[in-house]
Ligand binder design. Structure first.
Ligand code: SAH
Ligand code: SF4
Ligand code: F3S
Length: 467
């Protein structure tokens, strides 16, 4: 089914090319397009898929939203502020479109899977040309063609899909590193979280398709990959021939030319000893693990439906640190979940202190309608803010202890970019993810360089090349 679907979409790309040319002739210029990405790495990867098709059609991809002839917002709805951001941006685009009606606007991504959002767009945002969701993103070429042909608002949202469509064009943001989806959706239904409702059930890609995609990327110059999934530790369980995530990693490790492997996100309930052993023995898996705790209180974890305890989590961390001693650990924390008390927050702070995270993303709980926690009695805002500040302080103190622990050492850096503020410097990352700046030119981008880490500056190092 999916091979046919790929062919269908490739045919639509050809049709779009003709329409695009007509539109350019009418406008007397080459039309440009800008993709705005909100949210997580999955969305970033989806945006690369959109950009791949747009480029193939002929669009000039631009970073400038204010001059683009076509703007696509790939949205996120994980917290309410993600939604508010979109409405703000749409409002400002409306003013441009009033003076230039030829400007096209499309909306896609997680927010579009919410019926209340679609209702609002139909009523208040009639000037948006095209709206689609997460399940039919692979149909983008077809939808683009429909939009080019039509003057009315096109809305196409699917409730779910079983399809995984492979091999459509992708435009990567970086030439030397890439995200790669190994699975889609989520089955965990943490009670605060909207992702299972907007991304659907868990579907793993076949290992052979993943390996083939990585091999192609490597042949194209990619040296670092980030394997993406909401819960990579449960990868492969629903395949016809089940495979574990650790087995997949072992196969990926064998790909010649690939140098670094990262992955996210790991759910603590499914992190296996086999995975820890694989990380220990690997030469390519980066010394970094993002392991969201959410809360350190067993009572709250239960209400969140996370299905692990504080003790289980700490034991996992102990095992990982033993197997990979210099691993960088990061986490996600939610403060203000319904019913959370000062004592519950103390438990979270206790975990922060015991683990000593390199960094932790701390979020204030945001009510998502339709989720079980959305119906629970919510806490007082001022109380939550106070608790949030307590957690943040602990997180910052622990992260500060990690600053500079590599000072004086020589470490391998993958160079990513010319330094934003000083063009005589380049910026790259260590295996653990820490940023390093050192003197060098753009010819180094995408290569590995040994750098002496001379000086620690908070979250980054200043260094010098030693080879
Ligand atoms: N699948 C990943 C998380 C993806 S969402 C996992 O389970 O680890 C990224 C982070 O957003 C979550 O880890 C959580 O900390 C946060 N988050 C999710 N829903 C939220 C909500 N309703 N309010 C505040 N933060 C939330
Ligand atoms: Fe959301 Fe939980 Fe799934 Fe992560 S595992 S995406 S937090 S439901
Ligand atoms: Fe947001 Fe969707 Fe990712 S809700 S965090 S973009 S999966």
């Amino acid at each position: 089914m999916s091979v046919n679907e790929t062919e269908r979409q490739l045919e639509y790309i050809e049709l779009c090319k003709k329409e695009y040319q007509k539109a350019c002739d009418a406008a007397g210029k080459r039309l440009s397009c800008h993709v705005v990405t909100f949210g997580c790495q999955m969305n970033a990867r989806d945006s690369e898929k959109l950009a791949g098709i747009l480029k193939e059609v002929g669009y000039e991809l631009t970073e400038d939203e204010n001059t683009a002839d076509f703007v696509i917002f790939n949205t996120c709805t994980i917290r309410d502020n993600a939604n508010q951001k979109l409405y703000g941006r749409l409002g400002s685009l409306y003013h441009r479109k009033k003076s230039n009606p030829d400007i096209k606007i499309a909306l896609c991504g997680c927010m579009m899977q919410e019926p209340s959002v679609i209702e609002l767009i139909r009523k208040k945002y009639k000037y948006v040309n095209l709206v689609f969701g997460t399940h039919n993103l692979f149909k983008f070429a077809e939808l683009l063609y429909t939009m080019m042909e039509s003057d009315s608002q096109i809305i196409d949202i699917w409730e779910k899909t079983d399809e995984i469509v492979e091999d459509l064009p992708v435009e990567r943001k970086y030439s030397f590193k890439s995200g790669i989806n190994i699975m889609y959706g989520c089955n965990n239904f943490c009670t605060y979280c909207i992702v299972p409702y907007v991304r659907g059930r868990e579907r793993s890609r076949e290992p052979k398709d993943i390996i083939r995609e990585i091999e192609k990327l490597v042949a194209d110059g990619v040296v670092e990959i980030m394997l993406l999934g909401q819960n990579v530790n449960s990868y492969g369980k629903n395949l016809e021939n089940p495979v574990t995530f650790a087995e997949l990693l072992q196969d990926i490790e064998k790909i010649e030319g690939l140098k670094r492997i990262r992955f996210m996100t790991s759910h603590p309930k499914d992190l296996s000893d086999e995975l820890i052993e694989t990380m220990k023995n690997s030469k390519k898996i980066c010394k970094q693990l993002h392991l969201p705790i959410q809360s350190g209180s067993n009572e709250i974890l239960k209400k969140m439906n996370r299905r692990y305890t504080k003790e289980h989590y700490l034991e996992l961390v102990r095992k990982i640190k033993e197997a990979v001693p210099d691993i960088a650990l990061t986490t996600d924390i939610i403060v203000g979940f319904p019913g959370e008390t000062v004592e519950d927050v103390n438990e979270t702070i206790d975990v922060v202190r015991k683990v000593g995270y390199d960094n932790a993303f701390t979020f204030i709980y945001s009510v998502r309608s339709g989720t079980p926690a959305g119906d629970m009695e919510q806490l007082d805002e001022a109380f939550v803010k106070e608790q949030f500040d307590r957690v943040l302080k602990a997180v910052q103190e622990e992260a500060a202890k990690k600053n500079g622990i590599l000072s004086g050492k020589v470490e391998e850096v993958l160079v990513e970019d010319v330094n934003e503020h000083d063009s005589s410097m380049v910026t790259g990352r260590l295996s653990g993810g820490t940023v390093v700046h050192f003197p060098g030119g753009s010819e180094l981008i995408g290569s590995f360089v040994n750098v002496r880490l001379n000086e620690a500056k908070g979250f980054y190092y200043l260094g010098e090349r030693v080879d």
